[in-house]
Ligand binder design. Sequence first.
Ligand code: DLL
Length: 435
Amino acid sequence: MIYNEDFETLPREVLETLQLKRLQQVAQRVYHTVGFYKKAFDKAGVQPDDIKTLPDIKRLPFTTKQDLRDNYPFGLFAAPMSSVVRLHASSGTTGRAIVVGYTKRDIDTWSELMARCFVAAGLTKNDIIHNAYGYGLFTGGLGAHYGAEKLGASVIPMSGGNTKRQIMILQDFGPTAICCTPSYALNLAERGSAMGVDMRSLKLRVGIFGAEPWSEKMRDEIESKLNLSALDIYGLSEVMGPGVSMECMEGRSGMHVFEDHFIVEVINPETGDALPYGEAGELIFTTITKEAFPLIRYRTRDISRLIAEPCRCGRSHIRMDRVTGRSDDMLIIRGVNVFPSQIETVLIGITGLEPHYQLIVDRVGAMDTLEVQVEVSEKAFANADEVRYLQNLEKGLAKDLKDYVGVTAKIKLVEPKSLQRSEGKASRIIDKRKM
Ligand code: DLL
């Protein structure tokens, strides 16, 4: 099923003509209403009228997270405050928050895109959607909420936290779909089972999981624990919130970027050069319909690749692969580039280990060290008197990390349920080098 068949299946040439027209409009808009962009365009020696073809986008300057911070809070708004109806903010781990605004039309667009996501996940107005993304300044909760209402589904505005109550509602209201971070889905599964609830026999059919990197193995894990189909959803506050791209039920491989509203590029993060389809690099988005907070060539720092092959679902919009991590989450351990998601893939593959882990990076003298703390399963823990069994688990993980990720790590097996559980985005890295 496709929510907006007209726009989601546009033939490539027609889509590109539409994108060009919208790009020209947004270039004019930001040049004439946002001081920052006038300066940036002038400095790059480009005027809005120079955009004659789609590839001309490459002449436009990038926008970085630092530019957003420098213009805190409203400096990049392209609409007067009187027409801004909503503000959101992303706290970020470092530096000032980033503030974004939406006009009424922006909220309508966002709601439609989220409704498209739900339909891509096989949902209809007959579904009950348990929305456990946080409500508030975070875009997850309200973004998904408006989309669910737009679709006409029944939405349960749970927000994050209060896990025991969530499990009760999951049992009593019988939602058919759930929205939350993948790490919180695991947390729910675990807590539910501990409460004696058979989490596989809930009515949930689909989970719409995003807001943090996760792996295929994590998908398998969640699907088997909750007995549902787990789909990936991507977005970021700066560009809109959730619903920039969404995996479809039919393809389940890569997320369709809603290209009638966003132009996506992938670049080499070091040189800024465009990369061809299929090559992994940093995702860049230009918003081509937003009114209050349009962004030109925004450097997301998210690492992915574009998949140009047509999808069996019939959508013509290009897909982006699972985000493997953020370039600023990438750990460089003694020269080896390591993404937490690679470590996750390895440890989920080992029987006896649970997908709950933490990475502790430190520097001893001039040497970077990586410690992987991972929980052993209850069953393995019951075997713990067999010291050799645990030693073998440890050795096996260390070897697999060396073989598949290329990094030497100290492994510390910890007791079941001893690591902090996520109620939203999981924080898995403690980098003591930065403290
Ligand atoms: O996380 C928006 C969102 C809410 C997306 C709910 C999906 C579901 P921010 O808080 O601004 O916005 O964080 C954006 O989260 O740049 C990525 O690094 C990461 N991220 C979001 N979705 C995914 C995903 C929301 N599916 C940042 N896979 C982005 C991997 C993701 N990382």
